[in-house]
Design a protein around this ligand. Sequence first.
Ligand code: APR
Ligand code: PHB
Length: 392
Amino acid sequence: MRTQVAIVGAGPAGLLLSHLLRLAGVGSVVLESRSREYCEHRIRAGVLEQGTVDTLNAAGLGTRMQREGLVHHGIELLFGRKRHRIDLTALTEGRAITVYGQHEVVCDMIDAAVEHGQPLYFDVADVSLHDLTTDKPWVRFTHNGAQERIDCDYVAGCDGFHGISRGSIPEHALQAFERVYPYAWLGILANAAPTCDELVYAHSERGFALFSMRSPEVTRLYLQCRPDEDLAQWPDERIWAELHARFESDDGWLPAVGEITQKGVTPMRSFVCEPMQHGRLFLAGDAAHIVPPTGAKGMNLAVADVRVLSRALAAHYHDGRDDLLDAYSSTCLERVWRAEHFSYFMTNMLHPSFDDTPFVNRLKMSELRYVASSNAASRMLAENYVGLPFRD
Ligand code: APR
Ligand code: PHB
């Protein structure tokens, strides 16, 4: 096989890259180790920044999102038994976020890929990358028991944090920056109508909790737990009792109880690898960086990376310019580090930690009160939460 860009991974990064390249007249082949079914049902986060929504709409991928996505103009911070609203739209000259599950975005992109005849191979195995520092890189993989080879001009490593792309770069050519948090999130999906129109981020002495939603019938909830938390210790009744204790407030608001249809533990990690490029391999999305979910940035960063990469590749093929490709890593890392800082800030502020001293926990309360009461501080939070506008 021969293509211009070989893309490893069919998550939001790889799928969107293949669409943007197709729209720019650049050919690509996508290789995914999981089945289509698995990719379409993998439950992940669900907050889309304004810029992500605009990018998906401009790529013709937004029809169902416009119909089913829930546009939110604010978020709530709950602490000291009171809810404090951050008016995202008023604080950011009209911007908003959209709540639409990542797996729904993935379903829409797979449907569009199939419709447009985009080469997309699920269930591949043994993917390996070769001759990345020459101008003739190639990719080997196994599909239906047969060994295959793709010769290409560029490789896009969009295979997530545990993929093989980052590991194909020699260790001495990369610098990794990492922070592992001393807590995780236990997340559930419940068949219960959301009882609040906006997300509620709660800091209680018992730990952090988050109220979110997927549709007018489905609530998404998380609670801070230990990184090695055993789900077997969390029968449904214990989850609801703990959520209700953490969301307790003076106005009596609580999430509604319903059948729990999904349970999982999400680890909390910050990670960045620099640079995001090695020879003809470009890393995008979780393959290059991870954020803790508190800032709701993961998928948005993946979209921002491939937006930059698709434009840079289009400039190479159509205008013979490589300056955008050369600047790929530094262009992306600027946004990545802003999101890293914001996610770290939100995570630290909202999670009381038993590893922290009482002094540090008091600082967190002071920061929450400041963010909720100062126009300058709430504007800072809002601007980062809705996402910085694209410069192009
Ligand atoms: N070969 C082929 N595909 C692979 C391989 C491999 N060796 N390893 C992993 N993959 C696939 C995974 O199965 C997955 O479908 O790569 C895809 C990577 O997708 P994501 O993990 O969703 O990463 P990305 O597209 O960068 O999207 C980032 O995902 O984890 C969330 O919070 C994160 O929202 C963010 C988003
Ligand atoms: C979610 O709805 O899954 C969600 C919302 C906000 C976050 C993280 C996850 O910060």
